[in-house]
Design a protein around this ligand. Structure first.
Ligand code: CP
Ligand code: NVA
Length: 302
């Protein structure tokens, strides 16, 4: 594994290698065995807002012995139109790795290709692989294993987080249900590429979708970059709110997850959020451990 550009590009073995190492990172955080990024300088290049991703990468890179610079895309020449492939060729000669949050999936791919340095997708319009790796770590912690679990993603079934969940389910042995209104369901193309009919299913009826599931998962109804569609999205997704009544339809020990930030009264109620806060913030913390695992795996060793 040289880069982490998508969940789609990972094999089952690669995902499990990250998850095992993520657990080790968490268990040994106070006494790390070694510093794989010692002497390295990494850059975070972000075109969209972030709290968790930015903080967890900045802390994680430092904890692994590296130094890090945060570059807002609007502050560098990229924001004034310098091509991504030129930015990549400059940075490839100076830094040891890059973490990129942007719009187009092709931008992280072009950056990786032209820079030649380890590159991590920190969220694009298509995928959020770091999030789902941390989520898988969290589900393993809560249930002991992923195998046989039922996860229901509720809300915008066409968003980046939902798409990365589809690729995770395509590779691993858990069942994924997506409950989303018409117009916000995953593309047939992705579902067909992911395969696993019966293992990944799409529902319009959210009550039916959550019956007996182990995990109810949601994300914002208006992803970054979709703000102009806010009014129609908020209207279409009203029936897809996670609230106490919906949680009661799931398995008795079901957990509630959210990649955060959460909008109370929209995709989740304040009461349900607070009742599941312990899981939600374990999930957020695991971003640090899962990403440290990725960093150690893909870091240059020369
Ligand atoms: N979940 C997530 O990626 O959060 P941020 O947008 O705060 O980084
Ligand atoms: N789908 C959301 C995820 C935020 C972490 C977005 O892209 O804004």
């Amino acid at each position: 594994m040289k880069n982490l550009l998508s969940l789609e590009s990972l094999t089952k073995d690669e995902i499990y290698t990250v998850l095992e190492l993520a657990d080790t990172m968490k268990a040994t955080r106070a006494r790390p065995a070694h510093l794989p990024l010692a002497g390295q300088c990494w850059a975070l290049i972000f075109s969209k807002s972030s709290t968790r991703t930015r903080v967890s990468f900045e802390v994680g890179i430092r904890e692994l012995g590296g130094s890090v610079m945060f570059l807002s895309a609007t502050d560098i020449q990229l924001g004034r139109g310098e091509p991504i492939k030129d930015t990549a060729r400059v940075m490839g000669r100076m830094i040891d790795g890059a973490v990129i949050r942007t719009y187009l999936q092709s931008d992280v791919e072009v950056f990786a290709q032209f820079s030649g340095i380890p590159t991590i997708n920190a969220l694009t319009d298509d995928e959020h692989p770091c999030q789902i790796l941390a989520d898988l770590q969290t589900i393993r912690e809560k249930f002991g294993a992923l195998e046989g679990r039922k996860v229901c993603f509720i809300g915008d079934g066409a968003c980046n987080v939902a798409r990365s969940w589809i690729w995770a389910a395509a590779r691993l042995d858990f069942e994924l249900r997506i409950a989303a209104p018409l117009g916000y369901q995953p593309d047939a193309e992705i579902l067909s590429a992911a395969g696993r009919t019966g293992h990944i299913s799409v529902f319009e009826d959210v009550q039916e979708a959550v019956r007996g599931v182990d995990v109810l998962y949601t994300d914002v109804w208006v992803s970054m970059g979709k703000e102009e569609e806010s009014a129609q999205r908020l209207l279409a997704m009203v029936p897809y709110q996670i609230n106490d009544a919906l949680v009661k339809l799931a398995a008795p020990q079901a957990i509630v997850m959210h990649c955060l930030p959460a909008y109370r009264g929209k995709e989740i109620t304040a009461d349900t959020f607070e009742a599941h806060a312990s899981t939600l913030f374990d999930q957020a913390e695991n971003r640090l451990h899962a990403q440290k695992a990725v960093l150690q795996i893909i870091a240059r060793r020369d």
